[in-house]
Design a protein around this ligand. Sequence first.
Ligand SMILES: Nc1ncnc2c1ncn2[C@@H]1O[C@H](COP(=O)(O)OP(=O)(O)OP(=O)(O)O)[C@@H](O)[C@H]1O
Ligand SMILES: [Mg+2]
Length: 270
Amino acid sequence: MKTVAIVSAVGGAGRTTVTAELATLLAWHGHPALAVECDPRGLLGFHFGLRAPAEAGLCNTANWSEAGQRSDDGVLFVPWGDPGSAADQGRMAERLEREPHWLRNLLAQVDLPANALALVDSAPWPSPYARQAIAAADLVLVLVPPQPQTCATLPPLRAALRDTGTAVAYAVTRLQPARQLHTDISVLLRATLDGDLLPYDVHEDAAVPEAFARGESFCRSTPYSQAAHDLQGLASWVSGWSLLAVRGKAGPDSVRDMGARPMAAEADRT
Ligand SMILES: Nc1ncnc2c1ncn2[C@@H]1O[C@H](COP(=O)(O)OP(=O)(O)OP(=O)(O)O)[C@@H](O)[C@H]1O
Ligand SMILES: [Mg+2]
């Protein structure tokens, strides 16, 4: 199993949405898919049809069979669970700081086939939750919405990721091409991130919050929407990357080396 951490240094970048939709699409691609929530706000389950925050989860049970639930699309998802009182949450945050590989060790217990993918949703970086997700990851997928805040927070995040030696890919999210500021910042991000920025921009699309409000996957309910199309591209790329990673051909420089090539086809040929 390979683990992909979905990270951003700004709130509302689309991490939880991308985690849930990627897990669903990867399950459709034939990967056993696990979606893991490393964010005490407990929103991930709502993307899989839950109507209330899950009681049991990562934070209060190490027993995957108690904490895990299966979505209609075959994704096994593990919510954070009820974080308890403010004191409980403080103790948990301290534990995450003390045990930087807590999540990594938990994921190591999961018995899924080599082509399985775990997608980890996290709270915004920097936080103990984002650091856990990054420490558990074989690939960090950083979401960069084209906002000034993204540009301001990107250098320290990039420096922290460089220190980990983990493969890192970036994707623009919530792009509104009609807004001049968005196109300007996208150009800047492409120049800055060069080969590490994937060519699969996720556009701002009204279908996304509408599907969330219904507790549905927008890739299922509006498969021809712009955002569903964008997520399909991203999912194909992650699928291809994971196939190369399983064969040991996707090291820290893999994203830059692979660039924008159609990943699934590439992996099939190698
Ligand atoms: N591509 C998109 N188009 C339109 N709305 C979007 C898109 N992506 C996310 N949203 C909406 O933006 C809001 C935030 O998305 P989401 O919760 O996925 O982001 P997040 O990065 O996890 O946020 P947080 O920092 O709160 O954890 C949600 O209402 C979601 O429906
Ligand atoms: Mg979120």
